[in-house]
Design a protein around this ligand. Structure first.
Ligand code: NDP
Length: 450
């Protein structure tokens, strides 16, 4: 990140780090937002004077709890559960649950903080939250995952509700886990309400919710390209990850005529120079969602190269869609992408690019869509799922997709409104941060010292 434009940010960050030690991802997310909005804060001093910045970085509530569960050999295993209820100014807390061994307080606070701005950008009445556990579903039996989910919900249920806090999925939490969590909530509360999103289509889910984050990311990339009179058609696209977001980003790229060259998991990446077409993508979906296999099995099946313990960013492509995890692309990789002719990076994952990688994109004035704007399609369709549940109706696939497109277009416009620089270059990161901030901050001012 470039040096802070004013002393306020430096002093603020020093205090934040002292008060929240050992939370580097949270520090990174706050510094990015403060750096982006610092000029705006200088022009509008009432935000600082009324303590909005001090308030917005402090979660309204953090719940940390023990999650005991019995594994298949009868041993009690203990994991740690979390829910960060970050900000409810514009609506009930909303944000995913992550099950991954790396989960800790700092990572969830960064995700909850990002979520506040992202949800604000969607135009929907959604506050921000995030939660999860250091439980690793990988390598666990179906019964172990179910017992864990039931134990997790046995504590979480008392803190959430359709008008209070509505969790969804994230890394390690897909349709299967949402099903187990929902079943347990319903059983304890004896009520059928839309307390979780990402539900199955037979029991309150929305069409297009599984696809929404990946599709929305590609719609956002397409909007950015349109400003240059360009499109995804005919472009070579590098994707990381092979989970929910990556799969549906790939599906939409293929549908729009792009060529997907890479996908990955935490073991490495595959490079398919002929392109991962719709049929091969089906293989990946089956491999990952049903057999819970590894991406290298694709390389074995289609006789192409697997690059173990590596990330795909040194490959040649005009578009990059990081869709795996935070800080998965560094400065050297960003420089390599630019050297290889990349013109557009759109973040499916949350905070996948390091601050100095982002500087490279902005210095080179390529199209860079930050996660809180580019991957907001998932939470937007979660918002639609909540509306459908409340009204007890179902919208068609076409209706939801049209609404998703409209929201991604609107987010793009907001970014352009707040992020266009004097020479005409659009800094989407600044645009997303300022655009997301203003609505939440103004609402907090309306609601008094809360
Ligand atoms: P999934 O669990 O479905 O998939 C995650 C993918 O990323 C897997 O391929 C996984 O590989 C890989 N991955 C995870 N951690 C690492 C790591 N440390 N290093 C390398 N690869 C890793 O999660 P999602 O697709 O739902 O989420 C992906 C990203 O998108 C996350 O940043 C999430 O916060 C963000 N996001 C998700 C939304 C959603 O609706 N699901 C909404 C908005 C953002 P492996 O299987 O080997 O772990």
């Amino acid at each position: 990140m470039k040096s802070s434009p004013n002393n306020y940010v430096e002093h603020f960050m020093a205090r934040l780090i002292e008060k929240n030690p050992a939370q580097p991802e949270f520090h990174q997310a706050v510094l990015e937002v403060l750096t982006s909005i610092s000029d705006y804060l200088e022009e509008n001093p009432h935000y600082i004077n009324s303590g909005i910045i001090d308030r917005i970085i402090e979660p309204e509530r953090i719940i940390i709890f023990r999650v005991p569960w019995l594994n298949d050999v009868g041993k009690i295993v203990i994991n740690r559960g979390f829910r960060i209820e970050m900000n409810s100014a514009i609506g009930p807390y909303k944000g995913g649950l992550r099950f991954h061994p790396s989960v800790n307080l700092g990572i969830l606070k960064f995700l909850a903080f990002e979520q506040v701005f992202k949800n604000s950008l969607t135009t929907l009445p959604l506050g921000g939250g995030k939660g999860g556990s250091d439980f690793d579903p990988k390598g666990k039996s179906e019964n172990e995952v179910m017992r864990f989910c039931q134990s997790f919900m046995t504590e979480l249920y008392r803190h959430i509700g359709q008008n209070t806090d509505i969790p969804a999925g994230d890394i390690g939490v897909g349709g299967r886990e949402i099903g187990f969590l929902f079943g347990q909530y319903k059983r304890i509360k004896n009520e059928f309400t839309g307390v979780l999103t990402g539900k199955g289509i037979n029991w309150g889910g929305s069409l297009i919710r599984p696809e929404a984050t990946g599709y929305g990311n590609v719609y956002f990339a397409e909007e950015m390209l349109k400003t240059k009179g360009d499109s995804i058609k005919g472009k070579e696209v590098l994707i990381s990850g092979s989970g929910n977001v990556a799969q549906f980003a790939a599906e939409k790229v293929i549908e729009l005529g792009g060529k997907v060259l890479t996908m990955s998991d935490s073991d490495g990446y595959i490079l398919d120079k002929e392109g991962i077409d719709a049929k091969k993508l089906k293989f990946i979906m089956n491999l990952k969602n049903k057999h819970r296999g590894r991406i290298k099995e694709y390389a074995e099946k289609f006789k192409i190269l697997f690059h173990p313990k590596a990330r795909p960013w040194a490959e040649k492509g005009q578009i990059a869609l990081p869709c795996a995890t935070q800080n998965e692309m560094n400065k050297d990789e960003a420089e390599q992408l630019i050297k290889n002719g990349c013109i557009c990076v759109s973040e499916g994952a949350n905070m996948p690019c390091t601050p100095d990688a982002i500087d490279i994109f902005i210095d080179n004035q390529i199209l860079y869509g930050p996660g809180k704007a580019a991957n907001a399609g998932g939470v937007a369709v979660s918002g639609f799922e909540m509306s459908q549940d409340s009204m007890r109706i179902t919208w068609t696939r076409k209706e939801v997709d049209a609404q998703l497109k409209k929201i991604m277009k609107h987010i793009h416009q907001t970014c352009a409104k707040y992020g266009t620089k004097p020479g005409g270059f659009v800094n989407y990161m600044d645009g997303a941060n300022i655009g997301g901030f203003v609505k939440v901050a103004d609402t907090m001012l309306d609601q008094g010292a809360v």
